[in-house]
Design a protein around this ligand. Structure first.
Ligand SMILES: Nc1ncnc2c1ncn2[C@@H]1O[C@H](COP(=O)(O)OP(=O)(O)OP(=O)(O)O)[C@@H](O)[C@H]1O
Ligand SMILES: [Mg+2]
Length: 414
């Protein structure tokens, strides 16, 4: 009995220590400034893009429809931040006495369930405008009619910002965007302009040419940030996020920026690194962010990212990855090639009575894994123009074990 009491007391003391040291909070002054929701006033290195967006959209302040606009650039290059900034600035300048209404609505198409069906995404837009649509039941055409009735009831301009718009064509084909870009011809009082945003650089090329030309009447590119620019962005933010002296080594900012610059100049990655490094320092009861915490943060973010991808891939992807992992685990196999993977995968599907993809599709999947950094693929020439693709797993043992678990759970067999 009393063993339990002593044990209990010890646990309480330990918990007290943990909570107290967090309570003291020696690292963060205001961590919320590192959340994605936070909208910094100052947006360095995006003046040109912000001015261009403003120039395209400015006519709405006079009640004129603007060209459709398409923003693209790699992840973390400030697209969402910049459009939100311009949106806020425009709304500040709307004159009350003007004879028209201006609405600027932002929708992230990547959000769960938003772009599953044309019906869903339309309902989501209608909801933003203050209307309602039953969860199911209406024919899609009636939802369009409802949308048109809603906005065309008065003289108004609607700027519809569709962030991560590439998500809509993943599941909805081209129809949704096609229908959307044609709506103006059915409106008599209201007018719509669309701002599409994407980090998929080939998205436009994949669209139906009619949709493409309409969606990208104007285009603005967001280039990646370089290491020096990332340093500046980090330094500005770090001032308000951390307590004094927490970042006392200049190398800390430089290291975060260097890692993120390698990740194609991704400001989100740079800020995440800083946040995770701060959390690790906090957990370690350190009063400063040391360089080693940045390395650890980078590893943690990489690991989470890869596991996240593996977990969210469709079953066929997981089956291919499972095949690669199984083949790599066999000691007698020195190298594995695309053909080996395909045969293993095919057997696996047959054994489990699953349909299997063509070798061509599996090759595409393997290429995607290569791009994601899960495997390395090396092309080996075999004389007379023959080529083979050699595959090696590129994830550490630690991640590998976790990945296996995820795949096992998801495929529900060993
Ligand atoms: N110039 C900048 N100054 C300050 N913070 C920035 C700047 N650019 C980006 N950020 C910050 O980096 C993060 C990523 O930016 P943002 O969300 O705008 O990227 P994005 O281009 O929309 O990326 P994605 O394609 O992944 O959606 C955000 O937290 C944002 O506040
Ligand atoms: Mg974005």
């Amino acid at each position: 009995m009393w063993v339990f009491v002593v044990f209990g007391v010890k646990m309480v003391v330990e918990l007290n220590n943990i909570f107290e040291s967090f309570d003291k909070n020696v690292i963060f002054k205001d961590k919320s400034l590192l959340q994605t929701r936070y909208q910094p006033e100052d947006i360095p290195y995006r003046d040109e893009q912000i001015n261009q967006i403003a120039m395209v959209l400015a006519p709405v302040l006079r009640g004129e429809r603007t060209s459709n606009l398409f923003l693209y650039g790699k992840t973390g290059t400030g697209k969402t931040l910049s459009i939100q900034h311009v949106k806020n600035e425009l709304l500040k300048r709307v004159k009350k006495e003007s004879g028209f209404k201006l609405r600027i609505e932002y929708l992230n198409c990547k959000l769960k369930k938003v772009s599953d069906t044309e019906y869903r995404i339309l309902s989501e837009i209608i909801k933003k405008l203050g209307g309602e649509v039953p969860a199911t039941g209406l024919p899609t055409q009636s939802v369009y009619s409802k949308f048109i009735d809603m906005i065309d009831s008065e003289k108004q301009l609607l700027v519809l910002i569709l962030d991560e718009v590439d998500q809509t064509t993943k599941k909805l084909s081209n129809d949704f965007l096609y229908n959307l870009t044609r709506l103006n011809s059915e409106l008599s009082q209201a007018q719509i302009s669309i701002v599409g945003i994407s980090n998929n650089l080939t998205f436009l090329d994949e669209l139906d040419p009619r949709v493409r030309s309409s969606l990208s009447e104007e285009e603005i590119v967001f280039p990646p940030y370089n290491a020096l620019q990332l340093q500046e962005i980090l330094r500005k933010r770090a001032n308000d996020v951390f307590k004094e002296g927490v970042i006392h080594d200049e190398g800390v900012i430089a290291k975060c920026a260097a890692f993120a610059a390698r990740e194609h100049g991704d400001a989100r990655r740079a800020l995440d690194l800083l946040r995770v490094a701060g959390e690790l320092a906090e957990r370690d009861n350190s009063k400063k962010i040391l360089l080693k915490y940045i390395d650890a943060a980078n590893e943690k973010i990489e690991r989470d990212k890869i596991l996240d991808i593996i977990g969210s891939e469709p079953k066929q992807f997981q089956l291919v990855l499972h095949s690669i992992i199984q083949l790599s685990g066999k000691k007698d196999k020195e190298s594995i090639f695309t053909g080996d993977v395909y045969h293993f995968y095919q057997d696996l599907c047959i054994k489990n009575k699953l349909e299997f993809l063509t070798q061509r599709r599996v090759s595409d999947i393997i290429q995607e894994f290569d791009m994601l950094g899960i495997i390395n693929v090396r092309v080996i020439s075999k004389g007379r123009g023959g080529r083979m693709r050699e595959i090696k797993l590129a994830i550490t043992q630690n991640i590998l074990e976790k990945a296996k678990e995820i795949i096992r759970d998801s495929l529900s067999y060993n």
